[in-house]
Design a protein around this ligand. Structure first.
Ligand code: CA
Length: 227
């Protein structure tokens, strides 16, 4: 599980990282709004802990922009004790939950587990983008109502792209999450490219609206129309 911690207070940020890594989470730290925004739009995370008071672009602006762009990653907002107004604004802006500072680490863990669980329940059975639909229970995929036959790996690959719809997914991420290879290698890059090409033939060939796109030098993105 990958967690992005966006927090400008070094002490809080490092305590969170240490604690979360101790629980087996993979943690990335960002200290500014701009840095966080860049991370979120170029990498994928399972959950984001977002401080609202940040130098530069503040947490609420980041959250609003992300949700406008269709990024669905669960976000836990971190707010000061007396900033009740912020909590309300945070939830209105698309936060999944909030934590009031100073917080107990056990509380952080409990909230993370809760938003991850909710996420899984909410999209437990179906994923879709445009007229592409994936049923995770029956493992059936359709585009415009017509069945698409996929191999097991193609199914996993498409599922990953759908879960991160409208986000750029790097080959590193695919190697790790779909192929379960911790280190990416040149041969694996080729394997990934071959699978993407096959998947694209099955999903996008003869379709007026393409869904799977290559972002040169970066990776891939699933979205309706050109990225
Ligand atoms: Ca702060």
């Amino acid at each position: 599980m990958r967690v992005l911690v966006v927090e400008d207070e070094q002490k809080v940020a490092h305590a969170l990282r240490e604690g979360l890594e101790g629980e087996g989470y993979e943690v990335t730290l960002e200290h500014t709004g701009e840095g966080a925004f860049f991370r979120i739009t170029t990498e994928t995370f399972d959950v984001i802990l977002l401080d609202l008071m940040l130098p530069g672009r503040d947490g609420l602006q980041i959250l609003t922009t992300l949700r406008d762009r269709g990024v669905k990653t669960p976000v836990l907002v971190l707010t000061a004790r007396d900033a009740l107004d912020d909590r309300v604004k945070g939830l209105d802006s698309g936060a999944d939950d909030y934590l009031v500072k100073p917080f107990a680490f056990a509380e952080v863990l409990a909230r993370i587990r809760a938003v991850l669980r909710r996420g899984r329940v909410a999209d437990a059975l179906r994923l879709s983008a445009g007229d592409l639909e994936m049923d995770l229970e029956t493992r059936k995929v359709t585009r415009g109502g017509r069945a698409v036959e996929l191999t097991g790996r193609e199914f996993e690959l498409l599922q990953h792209l759908l879960r991160h719809e409208r986000q750029i997914v790097s080959r590193d991420t695919l190697a790790r999450d779909v192929w379960q290879e911790s280190s990416r290698s040149a041969p694996l890059d080729n394997v990934i490219d071959v699978h993407i090409a096959r998947l694209r033939r099955k999903i996008d060939l003869d379709q007026p609206v393409k869904l799977i796109h290559t972002v040169r030098g970066v990776g891939f993105i699933l979205r309706e129309g050109e990225p």
